[in-house]
Design a protein around this ligand. Structure first.
Ligand code: HEM
Ligand SMILES: *[C@@H]1O[C@H](CO)[C@@H](O)[C@H](O)[C@H]1NC(C)=O
Ligand SMILES: *[C@@H]1O[C@H](CO)[C@@H](O)[C@H](O)[C@H]1NC(C)=O
Length: 492
């Protein structure tokens, strides 16, 4: 430190002038709106900057800065500065549908160079590919999701979870557990066994695979490298890259094991497709692993939270479940359908609306200039479908902050039609989530099992007493964290 001061003091003043100019240029460069985007309404930059620097979570930033700005001006899309990049956020579901329906005009943007997440996911998979490549991946994945919904698996995993929430050896009826963590383990086992064809046994054991994955995701999210992905080339993180490559290798081994020992899982089906190379299958495996568990876990945690804070809604859902399924019968595809359990389904839809697991999707970038609403969008501009904002639009929902499942039970009114189109947790258009049905069954299955086994509430000292709090996520995931819940076994 003193060495540095000594050197700095001795520098000639021309050096300081140069350094000053460079810093001024960098500041000017990062904060100046490029001329081709200046016609767009733009959220004030300094509150955004402070929000990023203070580590504010995405959903709070959207509610506090982006939505109020757009509402005041009646704008359906706004320009948002995000750590040195300018992006257009689409906040109106009609404009978003226009973009989502046309994937030729609005392909997914190539990810920024260097960001380790893209090295992890790989390039040739259903999530990032465009055009004919995407069509090939999508066909294979959609065929796989055409397999019967594994309701029996969800049911037996729920029973595994009971044994962790209230161990049979424990004399007590009441147990407080970190449900956000258990939900992640449940969702991982669900996607592991049915989609990837590998039993992580994550509910009952501490899976090494999972620990490595969580560690890598934590390192990928290092704020310094997120702000400046090009640093990855200048100061490469060899150790992280090695760990990542070795995990990707493990996916390759799972794939090989699957070839030798086929099952009735989706991966076995995908392996039979002659058009898929091993590398493509591996990349899709990583995507399914990532896309398939945090999202579902977030949805489940949110649901359990809102049922805990609304005991009358929890009781109404339980009453429906007991009426339809009775106290002990294992659920089936029929008894678990949305029409069979309309009230529980409405609760799940409301949870996915109010705390949307994927708050916004991978940016699209139009190849040619296009018009969206009243604005011209130049080619190569990042367009983000801000699902969270659509789910919190006052004029669509009336009371967006309230957890009110009944809004999904309204029929035949103009509001009901709007609600149907503006509920988009799985996005819309051809690139919407291929696992939508799978995920909704998974949510209903666990909810049914929990409602019959327990009653639950928030413990007195919960950090969520004054509203649900989400973890910080650089990848637009909105997931509750440290959600401790007190489960009390029901008397049969
Ligand atoms: C509640 C749970 C879930 C939610 C809210 C959700 C939401 C979404 C959304 C919003 C997209 C569009 C992303 C984009 O275009 O950038 C998407 C895509 C995708 N999701 Fe899900 N998802 C869920 C569960 C799952 C599960 C369980 C799986 C797999 C096991 C899965 C696999 C995928 C895949 C492969 C894509 C890419 C589709 C494509 O680009 O064609 N998702 N999901
Ligand atoms: C909210 O929804 C209405 C109806 O679709 C739309 O006109 C308005 O632009 C939306 N608000 C925002 C901020 O997108
Ligand atoms: C858009 O970006 C691509 C790749 O960065 C580039 O090749 C192309 O020339 C750009 N198009 C326009 C119109 O700027």
């Amino acid at each position: 430190m003193t060495g540095f001061l000594f050197v700095a003091k001795d520098l000639p003043s021309s050096w300081w002038i140069c350094a000053g100019l460079v810093v001024a240029f960098l500041i000017f460069h990062t904060f100046t709106v490029p001329s081709h985007l200046r016609h767009l309404p733009r959220v004030p930059i300094f509150p955004l900057l402070i929000s990023y620097l203070s580590g504010e979570v995405e959903d709070v930033r959207i509610k506090r800065l982006i939505l109020p700005y757009a509402n005041e001006r009646g704008e359906g899309l706004v320009l948002v500065w995000a750590l040195g990049r300018w992006m257009i956020h689409i906040l109106d579901y009609k404009l978003a549908a226009q973009m989502s329906d046309n994937m030729n005009l609005f392909p997914k943007e190539l990810p920024p160079d260097g960001l380790l997440l893209w090295r992890f996911i790989g390039g040739s998979n259903v999530l990032m590919a465009n055009g004919d490549k995407w069509r090939k991946h999508s066909r294979v994945i959609r065929d796989a999701f055409g397999l019967p919904i594994p309701v029996d698996l969800f049911t037996s995993l729920a029973k595994n979870l009971f044994a962790v929430i209230s161990p049979p050896s424990s004399p007590s009826d009441s147990h407080t557990v970190d449900f956000s963590e258990l939900a992640q383990r449940f969702a991982l086992d669900a996607v592991g066994s049915s989609v990837l064809g590998h039993d992580f046994d994550a509910i009952r054991t501490e899976s090494l695979f999972v620990r490595e994955y969580n560690g890598i995701m934590h390192d990928i999210a290092n704020p310094i490298y997120l702000i400046a992905p090009w640093l990855e080339r200048i100061v490469p993180r060899k150790e992280v890259v090695n760990r990542m490559d070795s995990l990707v290798d493990k996916f390759k081994q799972l794939l090989q094991a699957k070839k030798d020992e086929p099952g009735d899982d989706m991966m076995t089906l995908m392996l039979k497709d002659p058009e898929m190379s091993d590398e493509e299958l591996r990349d899709n495996m990583v995507v399914l692993f990532i896309a398939g568990h945090d999202t579902s876990a977030g949805g489940l945690s949110t649901l359990i939270y809102f049922l805990a804070t609304h005991p009358e809604i929890q009781e109404a859902a339980r009453e429906e479940v007991l009426r339809v399924l009775g106290p002990t019968a294992d659920p089936s595809v029929g008894t678990l359908s949305a029409t069979s359990l309309p009230y529980l389904n409405a609760c799940i839809r409301e949870a996915l609306r109010i705390n949307t697991p994927i708050s916004y999707i991978v940016p699209r970038a139009p190849i040619n200039g296009v018009t969206l609403g009243k604005y011209y969008i130049p080619p190569n501009t990042s367009l983000i479908y801000n699902i969270y904002a659509v789910h919190h639009n006052d004029s669509v929902w009336g009371d967006p902050k309230a957890f009110r499942p009944a809004r999904f039970l309204e029929k035949g009114t103009p509001r009901a039609a709007m609600v149907k189109d503006a509920w988009v947790p799985f996005a819309t258009g051809p690139r919407q989530c291929p696992a939508r049905n799978f995920a909704l069954y998974e949510q209903r299955a666990l909810a049914v099992m929990l409602l019959r086994e327990y009653e639950w509430s928030l413990p007195e000292n919960s950090i969520h007493k004054n509203g649900l709090r989400n973890a910080f996520s650089p990848f637009a995931l909105t997931l509750p964290h440290d959600l401790h819940i007190t489960f009390t076994k029901k008397k049969h």
